[in-house]
Write a protein that binds this ligand. Structure first.
Ligand SMILES: [Zn+2]
Length: 140
């Protein structure tokens, strides 16, 4: 896979650090404006069939299924793949033309952890949610 630099979109505004939610997280190191595009999550475009096979062997699942045919394996990706799930997220995801785009839902301040609601893109298996939001659904 080709390595992408942090110059695309606003990736220079985020940094990966250890998160309180889970593993690594993505944190704002510069303010990010509401509704602005942060960037695309990179990864390997693979068939959905291959994706389902890989999911069984992975500990940390970073797989996005677009449709019956294609999926993105973001195991080797950019800092956007470190964005954790939150039921009260400050970012949102758009799946478009087999790309995973991240946008700011509201203004994000320096030091805030970026979160997205993976509710709709996550796999069916249930994972306990540790986002800590007031409106937490408890499960992914
Ligand atoms: Zn939650």
């Amino acid at each position: 896979m080709k390595k992408k630099t942090a110059t695309v979109f606003q990736l220079d505004k985020i940094e990966s650090r250890k998160s309180k939610i889970a593993g690594m997280g993505a944190f704002a190191i510069k303010p990010i404006k509401a509704r602005s595009k942060i960037g695309n999550m990179t990864g390997e475009l693979i068939s959905t069939r291959e994706a389902r096979k890989r999911v069984k062997t992975l500990k940390v699942v970073k797989m996005v299924e677009f449709d019956e045919r294609l999926a993105l394996d973001a195991t080797h990706s950019n800092s956007l793949s470190h964005i954790n799930h939150s039921c009260d997220a400050n970012c949102y995801i758009r799946l478009i033309h087999h790309k995973v785009e991240f946008y700011a839902k509201r203004n994000i301040k320096v030091g805030e952890e970026l979160t997205a609601d993976y509710g709709e893109t996550q796999h069916e298996e249930q994972l306990k949610c540790r986002c800590g939001a007031k409106n937490c659904r408890g499960w992914l």
